[in-house]
Design a binder for this molecule. Structure first.
Ligand SMILES: C[S@@+](CC[C@H](N)C(=O)[O-])C[C@H]1O[C@@H](n2cnc3c(N)ncnc32)[C@H](O)[C@@H]1O
Length: 300
């Protein structure tokens, strides 16, 4: 269960979801699958030290034939998501945008692996424990950022906009913003303030990308609960139903449009198709079929 001032590291509470996602990226990037290129995902997961994710990355989770717990399925889903955001930042760079903000960066290593436009400044924003761990682990691995990386260690329920500006963010030039895997973990007021702040800090032609989950009731859905129970038996004990804020999110896209953003969206199934994969046709996949990937350009 969440509280207003809760904190975490990469092995606890919301922080562990960043490790889970990184483990899925490591699978997608492993030689067997090689759907994306992220050489840092596996070493970061190992450094966190959560046994279940190390076993996942090492291929030591027993897999039942045709089960929903198929590493290839996880790899494909995460490859779609990773490519969506990679492409978003690369397109922004091609249009001349040289300032990026990765909100809730977790163990995402884009600041170290994307071919950023020369001179690009990338701000990475997350909880202090998350930022410190990633920075020191990647430095220990000898990794060098491929852009000017600036970290902003702050709780996104606090005044993160001030912290970002203190770190040097320039609201007079266009930016590319991502909120990958974030919104569900914010209470409604913090989520709405997040977008109001992004809009206030965005010069015309700025861009924004995030996934939109219209209904968090999916995590209480019986079909998800039975999947969760099977996962728990294997040691995957993150319970999203306890970590997400169940609140109204339906107004979000209209709200952004009213503020001058021009959003376009892709369903999760369309993204699978665009990447040459087939979105699974089973009960679990049906629970998540309404998730869309949004990218928006500020037109004012
Ligand atoms: C599912 S992970 C996604 C991480 C990363 N974007 C990725 O896709 O690999 C959720 C991330 O949101 C961050 N997060 C959630 N709520 C936050 C808050 N209130 N302040 C700062 N970071 C937060 C967590 O620390 C975690 O890194």
């Amino acid at each position: 269960m969440r509280t207003d001032r809760d904190r975490w590291d990469l092995a606890t509470s919301v922080g562990a979801t960043a490790t889970m996602v990184a483990a899925q990226r490591a699978l997608a990037a492993s030689r067997e699958f090689a759907l994306i290129d992220d050489p840092f995902a596996a070493p970061l997961v190992r450094a966190v030290g959560m046994d279940v994710y190390i076993r996942l990355v090492d291929g030591r989770i027993p897999v039942e034939e045709d089960s929903e717990l198929d590493p290839e399925r996880m790899a494909q889903g995460m490859a779609c998501r990773t490519r969506f955001y990679d492409q978003f930042f690369l397109d922004a760079g091609r249009s001349g945008i040289g300032q990026a903000v990765i909100l809730a960066c977790g163990l995402d290593a884009r600041a170290y692996r994307l071919p950023w436009l020369k001179g690009t400044v990338v701000y990475e924003v997350d909880m202090p424990e998350v930022i410190e761990f990633k920075t020191s682990t990647l430095s220990g691995l000898g990794a060098e950022p491929t852009a000017q990386r600036r970290t902003v260690a702050v709780d996104l329920r606090d005044d993160w906009a001030a912290a970002l500006q203190e770190a040097g963010f320039d609201s007079q030039i266009p930016s590319a913003w991502s909120a990958e895997g974030l919104l569900l973990y914010l209470p409604q007021d913090a989520q709405d303030a997040l977008f109001d702040n992004i809009t206030a800090l965005s010069a015309p032609s700025s861009r924004l990308a995030f996934e939109y989950v219209p209904d968090t009731a999916i995590f209480a859905d019986e079909r998800w609960r039975s999947h969760h129970d099977r996962m728990s038996e294997l040691g995957f004990d993150i319970d999203f139903n306890d970590l997400v804020y169940h609140c109204q999110r339906g107004h979000l896209i209209d709200h952004l449009s009213r503020q001058g953003w021009q959003p376009s969206s892709n369903t999760i199934s369309e993204l699978h198709q665009a990447n040459g994969f087939e979105y699974p046709d089973d009960e679990l996949a049906a629970v998540f079929a309404d998730i869309t990937y949004i990218s928006a350009v500020l037109g004012r």
